[in-house]
Write a protein that binds this ligand. Sequence first.
Ligand SMILES: [Zn+2]
Length: 196
Amino acid sequence: VTGPLDRLVRALTRLPGIGQKTATRLAFHILRAPEEQADELSRAVHEVRTQIRLCSVCSDLTDQDPCAICTDARRDGALLCVVSQPQDVLALDRTGTFRGRYHVLHGVLNPLEGVGPEELKIHQLLRRFEAREIQEVVLATSPSVEGDATAMYLHRLLSPMGLRVTRIASGIPTGGEIEYADGITLSRALTARREM
Ligand SMILES: [Zn+2]
């Protein structure tokens, strides 16, 4: 069978954490939902793919370039928090503890999987120090083997530039992901960051 309903079920099954049963339930829900709800969903899916791109300054996902955080004059331009993925910006910013700006690497160093410095947004990161506004770089990669190795690499790269380089404090379980840590844990990790 290749009807529209089957195609929708199959498309939903490809989403993470969605099995056949859930996909079928969602598909029937969409089918029976008011037309404007279904339209809103399909429009949002389309727009997220056509309008979202990377900020040319921080490499975060955005629909305006530079993004809202990079252009927010109320943010502390001397503070820069480096994270591995866009979800981490959301998680850390929600805490309200950090009022600087961010830089998204889009990954962590992982030689076994062929991810070297060239594969990460490190060129873009280095370009940001030319303006000499940034004084402290907070390395907020996850406390995993790869996250720690990435933080060490950046520390070696940045400390000779006269920048204060700090690492978020532990508290996030080792190997844990920033995006899944709760707000209080993240707030503490940011507040108790240490010089590397
Ligand atoms: Zn930005």
